[in-house]
Design a protein around this ligand. Structure first.
Ligand SMILES: Nc1nc2c(c(=O)[nH]1)N[C@@H](CN(C=O)c1ccc(C(=O)N[C@@H](CCC(=O)O)C(=O)O)cc1)CN2
Length: 306
């Protein structure tokens, strides 16, 4: 079989951001409403800092008001909750995002449930989880990574996945479970597999659509992939790359890999997302789309179709 098509998440994300920019200009012209996105980060985890910086920058590029709260790692839960409540009450803020993970002394669930569900552009609040799982997809904010993954799948296979089998490896609230709901809503036959699944490779080999979200570098080898499958790799793992030489501090340089062994999977799949440049950029693009949608909703205007 020929090498798989490489699904270019960066290009699809750029297309979505262009749509958001145009939609924002139209909304602001028509109603005076400027979408506002508030991003809150606690602590100085380097990867989280990069993601939050990229979210704030992209929000500015889209024509949003971009608010960034950078709090030190010792910030109390009470202080963070007060900030979230203030953002809930601010009419200029249409989207609130608290970057995860949070430091151990803060109850993540409590923080998420304090965000106004109509400003919860991450789609993590129970109200949005309920909306998605009961099929109220018009009202729900859908978590950005699964929403972006779904757009990539639709780009390859179209909107109706009737007759297709999908296997998701990973059962997190942020990726695995919402991904299952989206695939089910598109009529796929869905299995959620995980570390305790018996004969995982054979379960995965049954999948027309294979979504990897386990957080283990290159765990899904070629043996997990059906000939002609569409493979979506949600994993972002930084591993040591001694072949690239040493950093200034004498430790090996690093590189990013997914949860899928790209070379082996690409030899069997019909289409596959790379890491980096696959699902990652879609996460930020979908956050912009969700924020515009929230602002459009508050102004009573139809958001653009993606
Ligand atoms: N509140 C949230 N926290 C976290 C989320 C989230 O959706 N909401 N997701 C992840 C991190 N994340 C966004 O926050 C994110 C991860 C990766 C990328 C991305 O573009 N990755 C690039 C590689 C970037 C690099 O060089 O490190 C790629 O895959 O091409 C964007 C956003 C956890 N927290």
């Amino acid at each position: 079989m020929a090498e798989a098509r490489r699904i270019d998440g960066k290009a699809v994300a750029a297309r979505i951001i262009e749509t958001v920019k145009a939609g924002t200009a139209a909304l602001t012209d028509k109603t005076g409403t400027k979408p506002g996105l508030a991003v809150v980060i606690v602590g100085s985890d380097p990867a989280s800092q990069v993601y939050v910086g990229s979210k704030a920058k992209t929000a500015n590029e889209c024509g949003f008001t971009s608010i960034k709260h950078e709090l030190d790692a010792e910030t109390s839960e009470a202080t963070l909750l007060d900030i979230v409540r203030d953002l809930n009450a601010d009419p200029g803020v249409h989207g609130i995002l608290v970057q995860l993970p949070l430091p151990k002394h803060i109850d993540e669930a409590k923080v998420i449930q304090t965000i106004d569900p109509d400003k919860d552009v991450d789609g993590f609040h129970l109200i949005n989880v309920g909306r998605l799982s009961t099929g109220s997809t018009d009202e729900a904010f859908v978590p950005c990574t699964p929403a972006g993954s779904m757009l990539l799948i639709r780009d390859v296979l179209g909107d109706d996945l009737s007759g297709k089998t999908a296997v998701i490896v990973g059962r997190s609230n942020i990726v695995g479970k919402p991904m299952a709901q989206l695939l089910l809503a598109a009529n796929a036959t869905v299995t959620i597999a995980h570390s305790r699944t018996k004969d995982l490779a054979s379960v995965c080999r049954g999948a027309d659509i294979l979504v990897a979200a386990v957080g283990r570098p290159e765990m899904l080898t070629g043996d997990y992939v059906k000939e002609g499958a569409v493979v979506i790799d949600v994993g972002i793992n930084r591993i040591e790359a001694p072949e690239k030489g040493l950093k200034e501090d004498g430790t090996p340089k690093t590189r990013l890999v997914g949860d899928v062994n790209y070379a082996e999977a690409a030899a069997k799949a019909a289409a596959i997302t790379p890491v980096p440049g696959g699902v990652g950029p879609m996460t930020i693009a979908m956050l912009m789309a969700n924020t515009l949608r929230s602002a459009c909703r508050s102004a009573g205007v139809e958001p653009p179709k993606l």
